[in-house]
Design a binder for this molecule. Structure first.
Ligand code: UD1
Ligand code: CA
Length: 462
């Protein structure tokens, strides 16, 4: 499929009805931008050469799409037909292929529908195959107009439709397969005319133009009506979120993930979770997050772009862009920040923050501690209230804490500094020099005792 196909995704629209401060296609469904859903479905169908038409807040869309996908700018929003014309340079380069054109605001187009429509498109040799669906409430969509023998004649937009046409429940999904050369032949502005009603160039008019040029036009009716649902209003986006959430949670439950109550659980579409893992209420898992078997994640936890092993506990804690190995036990109320690796069976307790650090196997950081920019070995014990002082107001430096070291309570380790293997720091020390292997580093004043000081103070006051 790859060699003979390419794809144009329309994503220039403003979506004024969404009242959003970002491009409509960047609005998220279950924490993933709609255009991300579309790109992944296209990729999963085996179509690799893609071009996204951007316009409204184009920079934001272009920053999000993967490097290998090109962008074409549409500087004025003159309709879907005009948007495709803006990709004409891309289409010229792909003459001789078949192009999938789809909308960046209809996230549930899926790879099977794309593939099956392509097979029909090739088998019938049509110039265009429109992917359609029959839906209960067709309001707002383009209607599929067929003749008495069922052949496709045209697509009529809601605004242009007669009452009789409005009654048609088969609608255009906004996704189509076109023969690139034939599409280019009708796209020229002289052929595709702007609508007298809206001034927009409708891509849907290309269907009628192809038919009148003597080419074949077909429709592939998708099995599920979900594939057409676009987000044109905030409430439609809400519906998409509900639908996506139900589907994703059902998939994990079927896979043996245990969710005794799904309240407040949001799981992005790209998250994988192993069997016998429990996800508890109030938990958000998204990005490219992988979670192994037999974990307990939640309540009230989040993991974004994390790689989490087996038997991990993440209790009321947050993790971002990090690796958490088997058997680690984290929380409550801790935060694992980007570029951290938490080793096997590490214990991280309450109010601990770890950033850009490696924590070796079996290390314990139980309470009220900050570990930033540090390389911590295995079997290390941090007492309560320790701080790696990694920032001097200008630059950051690293601390190295070797295997089996013991960091006494309320130690400050002023980076760069090294605590050797098996070394101790005394409670309350501010360590600014390396502590050699197996040594004790004390960096605080010796205690002095003033006998009866309190009694004397009391007398003076009288
Ligand atoms: C379009 C179809 C309609 C179909 C529906 C399915 C046309 C004329 N109508 O209508 O038949 O049922 O999709 O969702 O094609 N866009 C641009 N540039 C523009 C205008 C739009 O890039 O100038 C992009 C939008 O960002 C969006 C997509 O094209 O991703 C569809 O545009 P939209 O205005 O939402 O079209 P619909 O009215 O939904
Ligand atoms: Ca739309």
């Amino acid at each position: 499929m790859t060699d003979n196909t390419c794809c144009v995704i329309l994503a220039a629209g403003e979506g004024t009805r969404m009242k959003a401060n970002k491009p409509k296609v960047m609005l998220e469904v279950q924490l993933k931008p709609m255009i991300g859903w579309v790109i992944d479905a296209v990729k999963a169908a085996g179509v690799e050469t893609m071009c996204v038409v951007t316009g409204h807040l184009a920079d934001k869309v272009e920053a999000y799409i993967p490097m290998e996908i090109e962008a074409a700018r549409q500087n004025e929003r003159l309709g879907t037909g005009h948007a495709v014309m803006c990709a004409s340079e891309f289409l010229e380069r792909n003459r001789g292929k078949q192009v999938l054109i789809c909308c960046g605001d209809a996230p549930f187009i899926d790879s099977n529908t794309i593939k099956q429509a392509y097979e029909q498109h090739i088998a019938k040799g049509d110039a265009v195959t429109v992917i359609s669906a029959v839906i209960d409430n067709p309001t707002g969509y383009g209607r599929m107009i067929r003749n008495s023998s069922g052949s496709l004649l045209s697509i009529v937009e809601q605004k242009e439709a007669t009452e009789e046409q409005k009654a048609v429940r088969e609608v255009n999904s906004g996704a189509y397969w076109f023969d690139v050369s034939k599409l280019l032949s009708v796209l020229a502005e002289s052929k595709l005319k702007a609508s007298g009603l809206t001034g927009e160039y409708y891509l849907t008019d290309a269907v009628e133009l192809l038919i009148s040029s003597g080419y074949g036009a077909g429709a592939f009716t998708a099995a599920s009506e979900d594939i057409v649902i676009g987000a044109n209003t905030p409430l439609q986006l809400h519906e998409l979120n509900k639908l996506a959430r139900d589907k994703i949670l059902a998939r994990h439950i079927e896979n043996g993930v245990n969710m005794p109550c799904t309240d407040g659980i949001i799981i992005g579409p790209d998250v994988t979770i192993g069997a016998n893992t429990t996800v508890l209420p109030g938990t958000m898992l998204y990005g490219e997050t992988k979670i192994g078997n037999d974990c307990v994640i939640g309540p009230n936890s989040s993991a974004v772009n994390c790689n989490i092993g087996d038997r991990v506990v993440l209790n009321a804690s947050q993790a971002r862009q990090c690796v958490i190995d088997d058997g680690a036990d984290i929380g409550p109320f801790s935060q694992i920040r980007p570029n951290s690796t938490i080793g096997n069976d590490v214990h991280i307790g309450d109010f601990v923050e770890v950033k850009n650090s490696v924590i070796g196997n079996g290390t314990k950081i139980s309470h009220l501690t900050y570990v930033g920019d540090s390389d911590v070995g295995a079997g290390v014990n941090f007492g309560c209230g320790c701080v790696t002082v990694n920032y001097d107001g200008v630059g950051k430096a690293r601390c190295v804490i070797e295997d089996d070291a013991f960091i006494g309570c309320n130690t400050n380790l002023v980076a760069p500094v090294r605590v050797g293997k098996g070394a101790y720091t005394a409670a309350g020390s501010t360590i600014v020099e390396d502590v050699p292997e197996n040594s004790l580093g004390i960096a605080r004043q010796r205690q002095i005792i003033k006998p009866d000081w309190a009694l004397n103070r009391f007398r003076e006051k009288k």
